[in-house]
Design a protein. Structure first.
Lengths: 298, 344
């Protein structure tokens, strides 16, 4: 009997600890319930870890050539075989994760850094600031992001850093719209007016008082933008406009492998699988985050 | 007329003179406040009563210089402790808000930021206005929360607002408004969102604070019972204008404006016979979209004559400290409601 009692007490104290915690604990609790999102989240984090520690994990460098072994099948020496220049496919896929992730996260982050402050200013101040920002949104939405980035690449050339820059400056509109909508909705809330009445400076209200409430949807949007950007970046590399040889990138690997499909399926199939897994896991994790952070959105 | 009725010779803490606030909308302009004048001395509790849309809350926000856009103060002066608040630069006004003038909001349930702890709210205000940080700030927070009757303040202050009850949250808001020892406290319907039992406690707390800190307080409400029990003087507003202003006892004993009389008749009474139908003033308050001539209450007033529809009555003193804006004041002693009775 006393064992049962102890268990009940333990459960209860655990329960009180849970309910005393705030919004983020509740969100984590909801996220855990969604098994698909949980598994996807774990895989997405693994992909990120592989990307970060690529030099430690990859058996070869992405550029090491072994021409005598070109287009070889899987063997003990090359676990997943080699490409047309005899480069280890596994190593290239691992380094490819690095490039793809760097571009996807870098460009999305840049878009967020540009878009969020502009959106906040528009939503908070309204009036003429809002009017000008809305017109800017319209102009940028009019030109498709891919065309815009294509034009910039055609003018200034490709490469990882330039790709991040071009995709980033064209990705800000989404973040801007979202931040504007959030601040527009939050700016007349009672706690904001109360903070004003307490003499809190505007800069502090915008950052300390409103930003945490506006953060959830922005995080979700950020995570959901990543797979889209992986895809776009891979597209550019596939077209030969993005990452240049000998650097590995999933999109470029598909481009390389496509010409040798009749000889070796693996050369094209591996990067395709990588892109599929990465986009799917980030999408599912993003959807799970959305449901966890905003349970009313479903 | 404002010269005489102040009663005391010393400077008033707050002196609002002929305040006009209007909202320029796309097709029309709403004249929310039209010529509000009021005076408040330290240690005095002024009640502002009126129906919804009579301009009570906008008047309070005007004093704070926080009229929401597209509203604008178009005329008048707001003198607080010798400064004309309309002419103060934004940075000085910001220091007055929360520092010199405290405001208790209408809805305590939504006026605390859900992502900040109670202590965070106090820490911010204390460091902004009085430069208290670290342990000093924590000690002061505990002291403030204890003074408004929150049990176990040291533990409660680390909680997020949703863990406190509505009454406790309003107590915390009051403590927050009082944190920097303001000279003026504005309470905008502080009890509308609360239970009746909690209402009484909160209003008692309000009385104690005013009595102990010698501050001037403005209590905005639509409840005449609250005015009777917790104010020294009253301003009755209707359609953005002052209809009547008097000491509480005087107003309840001898209401001179037909509108005030109507309001007093509407107060339900426990002593009344069961069969008695609730009294109501017929009609609705006007939409103040034009600066019409005549008394705004005329269409609903049983004493209205042609004069009332064409000429706006000025606010004139009829007795010492008792002014009304009416062409046909009620002269017979009405004695509709005793203040004590209005209190339920």
């Amino acid at each position: 009997m006393s064992a049962l009692q102890a268990r009940i007490t333990a459960r209860r104290s655990k329960f009180t600890a849970k309910s005393s915690s705030s919004f983020w604990h509740a969100a984590w609790y909801r996220y855990k319930q969604n098994k698909l999102a949980l598994v996807s989240g774990v895989i997405a984090i693994l992909i990120l870890l592989v990307a970060i520690f690529a030099p430690l994990i990859a058996p070869y460098s992405y550029a090491t050539q072994d021409l005598s072994q070109s287009l070889a099948g899987p063997s003990l020496k090359h676990l997943l075989g080699t490409d047309q220049l005899g480069r280890d496919l596994l190593s290239r896929a691992i380094y490819g994760a690095r490039t793809s992730m760097a571009i996807a996260i870098g460009a999305t982050l840049l878009g967020a850094l540009i878009g969020i402050p502009i959106g906040i200013a528009a939503g908070w101040f309204g009036g003429i600031t809002d009017f000008i920002t809305l017109r800017a949104f319209e102009v940028f939405t009019m030109v498709p992001q891919i065309l815009m980035a294509l034009l910039l690449i055609a003018l200034f050339g490709g490469g990882v850093l330039k790709l991040i820059l071009f995709l980033g400056v064209t990705a800000w509109v989404g973040f801007g719209r979202l931040a504007r909508a959030q601040y527009l909705a939050l700016r007349d809330r009672d706690f904001v007016i109360a903070a004003k009445a307490m003499g809190v400076p505007t800069r502090r209200i915008v950052t300390v008082h409103v930003l945490p409430s506006a953060m959830g949807p922005m995080i979700v949007f950020f995570v959901q933008q990543i797979p889209a950007t992986i895809f776009t970046a891979a597209g550019f590399s596939f077209l030969g406009l993005g990452v240049q040889d000998p650097l590995a990138d999933w999109g470029k690997m598909i481009n390389d492998g496509e010409q040798y499909l009749s000889v070796s399926l693996m050369v094209a199939l591996l990067p395709i699988l990588c892109i599929a897994v990465a986009t799917l896991t980030f999408s599912f994790a993003g959807d799970g985050l959305r449901d966890a952070l905003d349970p009313t959105s479903r | 007329m404002t010269e005489e009725f102040s009663g005391t010779a010393n400077e008033p803490l707050l002196d609002v003179r002929d305040l006009h606030v209007s909202f320029a909308l796309e097709r029309s302009t709403v004249y929310a406040v039209q010529g509000l004048s009021l005076r408040l001395h330290a240690g005095e509790r002024l009640g502002v009563v009126g129906e919804s849309g009579s301009g009570k809350s906008i008047s309070a926000l005007s004093i704070m210089q926080m009229v929401p856009s597209p509203g604008r103060i178009t005329d008048g002066e707001i003198i607080f402790a010798g400064d004309n608040l309309r002419k103060l630069p934004a940075s000085r006004m910001r220091r007055i808000r929360g520092g010199q003038i405290g405001m208790i909001p209408q809805n305590p349930l939504t006026s605390l930021n859900p992502v900040l702890t109670i202590e965070d709210h106090f820490q911010e205000v204390l460091s902004l206005h009085v430069g208290l940080t670290g342990r000093e700030s924590t000690e002061r927070t505990v002291e403030l929360l204890r003074s408004v009757g929150i049990p176990d303040p040291a533990a409660r202050m680390r909680e997020y607002p949703h863990r406190l009850s509505g009454g406790q949250r309003q107590r915390a808001m009051i403590a927050l408004a009082m944190a920097c020892a303001p000279r003026l406290l504005i309470a905008d319907e502080p009890t509308t969102a609360l239970d009746v039992t909690i209402q009484a406690q909160i209003l008692e707390l309000f009385d104690d604070l005013v009595a102990n800190s010698n501050l001037g307080a403005i209590l905005i409400t639509h409840n005449l019972g609250i005015v009777a029990g917790h104010c020294d003087r009253v301003v009755v507003m209707y359609a953005g204008r002052v209809m009547e202003t008097a000491a509480v006892v005087d107003l309840f004993a001898q209401p001179a404006h037909p509108y005030t009389l109507g309001l007093l008749r509407c107060v339900p009474r426990l002593t009344a016979k069961r069969s008695r139908v609730f009294h109501a003033i017929p009609g609705l308050p006007p939409q103040v979209t034009q600066q019409a001539e005549g008394c705004p209450f005329a269409p609903r007033c049983e004493r209205a004559t042609d004069e009332c529809h064409t000429q706006t009555p000025p606010l004139e003193e009829i007795r010492i400290g008792h002014s009304i804006a009416c062409w046909h004041p009620v002269t017979e002693p009405a004695n509709v409601v005793e203040p004590a009775e209005a209190l339920r």
